[in-house]
Structure formats: C-alpha cells, structure tokens
Ligand binder design. Sequence first.
Ligand code: NAP
Length: 456
Amino acid sequence: MIATINPATGETVKTFDDASFDDVERAIDLAAETAKTYRSTTFAQRAEWMRATADLLEAEADDVAAMMTLEMGKTLASAKAETLKCAKGFRYYADNAETMLADEPADAEAVNASQAYTRYQPLGAVLAVMPWNFPLWQAVRFAAPALMAGNVGLLKHASNVPQSALYLADVIRRGGFPEGCFQTLLIGSGAVESVLRDPRVAAVTLTGSEPAGRSVAAIAGDEVKHTVLELGGSDPYVVMPSADIEAAVKTAVTARVQNNGQSCIAAKRFIVHTDVYDDFAAKFVEQMKALTVGDPTDPNTDVGPLATEQGRVDVEDLVVDAIAHGAEILCGGTRPDRPGWYYPPTVVAGVTPDAQMYTDEVFGPVAALYRAVDIDEALEIANATTFGLGSNAWTTDDAEIDRFIADLDAGQVFINGMTVSYPELPFGGTRRSGVGRELAAHGIREFCNAKTVWIG
Ligand code: NAP
C-alpha cells in the first residue's frame, strides 16, 4: 500500500493509488524524450534551475519538514535540517558540476594523437529506488548530480513517503527544470523490474536494504545496465584510551540516535578499549537514558518513533535474541505503553558472536557495547560484519590513527568525529554495503559515459 501513516500514532493519514501501467508508460516515454534535448542544455542553464530549486526548498522548509515528520517520524528540527541540506546539495552541484565534468586531457603524444581526452556525457533516464529514512536527502543525493550531468530521473520512492516523493518532483519542476526531467512514479517494489528492464531506462541507483539491492542489481546485471547501490551498515565506533572521553560519549549518543536510530551511517557498535570501557559505558548509558522520547513535533523531543510497525518488531527481535544469547541490557529494551511505534534508546553489553546483533544491522536506537583489550581486537570486532559503510575511531595517537585509516574495512573512516554525508565528500560502502559512490566528483561521474576521444 502506498500511504502516509503517522508513526507517532499509527493512523493512516492518506492513501494513494498505484500508478497504472499506462501512467508508468507515459512517464518513461516523457523521460526518454526529455533526455534527448535536456542533455544539450548548458551547465549555466541547469545551474540556474538548481539554484531556483534550492531557493524554493529554503522558503518552504517549515512545511516540508512537517510533511517528512508526519510521514516517517523524524523530529521537526532534523527534518528542517534535512531540507536545508538538500538546498545546499543543489547549490553545491550548481557551483561545481561544470568543473567536475570538464574534458580531462590525456598525454596525446603517448597515444599518437594530436588530441586525446575523456569527455563525460549523460547516460539518459536513470531510475532511482529510494528509502524513507531521509525522504528528501536520499533522493536529492541522486537528483542533484544527475540533473547537473544532463541525466533525467525517475524516482520510485519508498511506499510510506509518497507525499515527500511527489513534493520533490514538484519542487524541481517549479525550479524551472523542463517537464520530464524528474518524475515520481507511485509504484510498489513489485513494479520496479519492468521499469528497469525497459530499454528507455539507462541505469539504476538504489539506496536501501541488502535484499532490495541484490534483487535490483541482479535485474540490472541481466540487462547490462550500470548500477549504484547504497545499502545497509553496522558502523563501528572505536574508542581508545587517548581519546577525549567526554567528547567521544557525547558524539556517540548523537551518532546512534540520529534520525531516531534509523540511519545507514549511524554508529551501531561501540568498541571501547578496556582501560576506558567502564568510564565510557557509565557516561554513555547515563546520556542515553537522559534522552527525551516522544512526539516528534515537540521541540523538546530527542527521539521520535520508528518509521514503521515492522521496523520496531525487527529491532525488538534483535534485542530479545541478543539477551537470549547472553547479552545484558544496560538501559532501555522495553517498548513504552503508548500509541505509535516508539522504542527507547537502549544499550546492550556483552553481545556474543552467535547473536544476530553481532553481525546484523539494528535500524533503531540500540547501541551494542564491546570491550577490546587492544587495537588488534578492536579492529577484529569492527570488521566482523559483512558490511563496510562508515566507520569511526577516537584516538589522539598518530600511529593508531594511521592504523584505523588503513585497516577499518569501510568506505569511510572518520577520526574523532562521527560519519556524516557531505556533498563535498564521496559517500559509499565496501562489501555488502554497496557498489559505487555518491556525492562529490565521484558521484556525478557515476551516471556518465566517460567517453575516450582520440583525434589523429
Ligand atoms: P528497503 O526495504 O530495501 O526499501 C528501500 C527501497 O527499495 C524502497 O523504495 C522499497 O520500496 C524498494 N524495494 C524494496 N524491496 C525491493 C525489491 N525487491 N525490488 C525493488 N525495490 C525494492 O529498505 P528500507 O527498510 O526502507 O530502508 C532501510 C535500509 O536502507 C537499511 O538497511 C539502511 O541501512 C539502508 N540505507 C542505506 C543508505 C546508504 O546510503 N547506504 C541510506 C539509507 C538507508 P517499497 O517501500 O515499496 O517496498
């Protein structure tokens, strides 16, 4: 069902009809036709539309934030910050795309040419399958570079954020982009295959869970279409004795409960050197307990509800399984008796390797604490999952910093801070966390044909 269901109450606010076969057909056709002419627009023209879109997002940020909070339960403050981050993303690519995609000269003499270079050209219509957790940002992270590169987008958003999906297509249109540059398809996941197999669709990007990524990548592989995958993570957060413990604890709390605990790059496993473990654990539990859980529209709320009923069941099941395998609850762990899909900030210690939580992602405000005797053991625990998205390490020792940068098996390593996505830095994972990169120059080149030009 495609619907807005308020996670704070469990009430269905609005339902939407799935797009019909004919609707989808028309949208793909419009995308393909638009792509033929849009690719010839200038960077300056695209940048003007991007900036106009950013202006609209900034002007409408309060209403947009309320819509996202209603659809998936993030706090109003974080929803507004997300909206403004999207505006920043549009401006970043408006300012930088032309330089990022400029012809790249090669050594012409070495290849017996008078001129040789790489030219970046758009691929055409790109399908974007997106998740609900950052309803605007996840899609903008694709849309902004794709549009500046001269591609057009077809968005299949998560079924629980239809209003956010429709808004994004609308605001891009109002920013001045030609009709057909960015369209939302209100379709369920079962309808993705036929869109992806359509010859008018050139490529696909998916942000979401590993099963969804595997399914879409298999179809794209069968069609030999380029794919970018941004999948799950169970990011480690390592704390060594030389770290500023107060700062490490404070950031750890934010890193775990941001977005009500539902971020792919949230720190999920806290691996603390035994010399500072007790100090860190006591302070961390105290600060997790002190968080205010409640109505996401209340400015005093730190942690709102989980976005879906099933999401809360999945989190609860992982906690119950961890306890059954010998783990201990240091705080939280019991759902509150109130409407809505709330789950309290929870700290679990002593998770054993045979518990699911040791290797699986917990998509909710649950932190697993581990004790490590030295950096070798810390790295062993950190790398003990199949994921490799973000990673965090806290130390002031230069040799340890070098070691973490070298040996944390992840797409990103943040030292003395928490993993955050910035338009200026490439974003993506290794292993089961994904394929390819978004953001920065790497992201905009993903959906380009890097055409080799040789002139004799
Ligand atoms: P999800 O169930 O995989 O859904 C994500 C999107 O994929 C939705 O649009 C969904 O549509 C669609 N989908 C699901 N199964 C599909 C299939 N078999 N074929 C085609 N499309 C399919 O993920 P989620 O539970 O909403 O999101 C949480 C996951 O996303 C977590 O694992 C999180 O770590 C990951 N994530 C990763 C990143 C990153 O950048 N690496 C960012 C955010 C989230 P429907 O809603 O219609 O089912």
